[in-house]
Design a protein around this ligand. Structure first.
Ligand SMILES: Cc1ncc(COP(=O)(O)O)c(C=O)c1O
Length: 475
């Protein structure tokens, strides 16, 4: 039989590669003994299984509600859920929603906040349009932008989050080059950033809105505030007003939040407050995507919120993740070699580690190893019996870590420039078992030692840093 002719894919499909995290997750799934600091998954032990059992029983034992839950609802999302969510946003802001210029009509429920990131970008971006992000940034969103053919420009981060003065300078320079008409969005993960764990300071939140307003001439430049980790704060210092709160007329900021991190990713629900005109356009696109997120999941979310279970569960998570953050920071302090620094997040799931200059955390040859079946079994305590590679063979840190049964996200995935810095890694304390954190970091440090020829355990730590090494200002 002759081969059929090839498929003629769209430019968008051709621009869309496999998300790097997919291969990392596949590696972890295929190697159940691997200690994973890689995926941003929530802790399986804290998932609200019992609560969801009770909630679904409540929903399904009322015939009228059961039928409604198993039927289509509106594209915009259940009205009762949106009213609960509006009140919830008000509580998080510690202000009545009216002071934020919001009503339940301004909210839109989506299939995870990821769907909203896609829909907003799809609604606003033509090929070559500019989106400004932090450097590093949430790499799944960077994939969306690549898919849509957007041009990504970046500003550095420091211990107060995105450098808004650099943002102002970038906008001014784009203005001078006549490129302002192409600037559509500023994307910011405002709380406990993925990947750095950093939080945008309050003065910078205010300033970001001022800048969006100032540079909005023929069209509005919108801020896409991704507050996925907002509710995972570890102390009061993490309970900041959103960027949105500095936009009281609801004109410049899109605030998106999710049930995935503070409740359960399995119900895959996000919700977003949008300026009215953006809301309408995004709603139409969602109509073409799925004309509404799963009604049963929305009913679960509604019942969880109105019964108080959601609030209780989020509190449990905050305590547990704070404990795991502390375990991770302690382990880093105990094991990592001199010259290594890391951020100290006041919430969320991530610590950003900067290795001494010259160290390479990248995947290199491991990039083509998607399946755990091809990887060495997790060696556990038999490690030291294995012969090390001869000194003449360069050993990659990533490969060495896999060999030792520990995995992280190479920081290079999170940068948008052509030659990203190689000496960063993202560690998540979400999914990893609390009892394995110290062992996992010990393995990572031993792998570093093996790769650079240090004897693991004999090197001592640097003072933990709040600040990741700032990276290139723009690409
Ligand atoms: C920064 C950030 N935004 C958005 C999302 C999307 O989450 P979901 O679609 O589950 O709401 C994630 C998931 O990890 C994330 O890390």
């Amino acid at each position: 039989m002759p081969q059929p002719p090839p498929i003629s894919f769209s430019a968008r499909a051709r621009r869309t590669g496999e998300a790097p995290i997919s291969t990392l997750i596949a590696t972890v799934i295929a190697n159940p003994n691997m200690i994973s600091f890689a995926a941003g998954l929530v802790d399986p032990l804290t998932l609200p299984a019992q609560e969801c059992l009770e909630i679904t029983r409540v929903i399904l034992s009322d015939p009228g509600r059961a039928r409604a839950a198993l039927q289509y609802d509106t594209t915009v999302g259940l009205a009762a859920l949106r009213r609960e969510l509006l009140a919830h946003i008000g509580r998080l802001e510690r202000r009545p929603p009216t002071e934020l210029g919001l009503t339940a009509e301004d909210l839109l429920v989506t299939t995870g906040s990821q769907q909203m990131l896609y829909l907003v970008s799809d609604a606003l971006l033509d090929e070559g349009d500019i989106v400004i992000c932090g450097d590093p940034t949430y790499f799944v969103y960077a994939g969306v932008l690549q898919s849509l053919g957007a041009r990504v420009l970046t500003v550095p981060l420091d211990d107060q989050g995105m450098d808004v003065e650099a943002l102002g300078a970038l906008l001014a320079s784009l203005d001078a080059q006549g490129l302002l008409p192409r600037v559509k969005l500023i994307y910011c993960t405002s709380y406990f950033d993925n990947p750095t764990g950093l939080t945008l300071s309050v003065p910078r939140r205010r300033r970001m809105v001022e800048l969006a307003r100032k540079f909005s001439r023929e069209h509005r430049i919108l801020i896409l505030e991704d507050a996925a980790y907002r509710e995972l704060y570890f102390d009061e210092s993490g309970r900041l007003p959103s960027i949105k709160s500095f936009d009281p007329a609801n004109e410049f900021v899109i605030l998106t939040q999710t049930f995935s991190k503070p409740f359960a990713p399995g119900i895959k629900l996000g919700y977003t407050a949008l300026p009215k005109d953006v809301h309408a356009a995004v709603l139409h696109l969602k109509g073409s995507h799925d004309f509404g997120s799963a009604t049963l999941c929305q009913q679960i979310a509604l019942e969880a919120m109105s019964s108080g279970l959601y609030a209780k569960h989020a509190e449990v998570l905050r305590v547990e993740y704070c404990r795991k953050r502390d375990l991770l920071l302690d382990a880093l302090a105990r094991h990592m070699p001199i010259g290594t620094t890391w951020t100290t997040p006041s919430g969320g799931l991530y610590v950003w580690v900067t290795l001494p200059n010259g160290m390479d955390s990248g995947r290199g040859s491991a990039a083509g190893v998607p399946s755990g079946g091809e990887l060495p079994a997790c060696p556990g305590d038999k490690l030291e019996a294995r012969p090390h590679q001869p000194a003449t063979t360069p050993v990659r840190l990533f490969d060495e870590c896999i060999r030792r049964g520990v995995i992280y996200v190479p920081g290079e995935y999170c940068f948008q420039c052509e030659r990203p810095p190689q000496n960063h890694l993202r560690l998540s304390f979400g999914q990893v078992d609390a009892n394995q954190i110290d062992d996992g970091i010990g393995r990572l440090a031993a792998a570093i030692g093996a790769v650079v020829g240090l004897r693991p355990g004999t090197t001592k730590r640097a003072i933990p840093s709040q600040v990741p090494t700032p990276s290139v200002a723009s690409t």
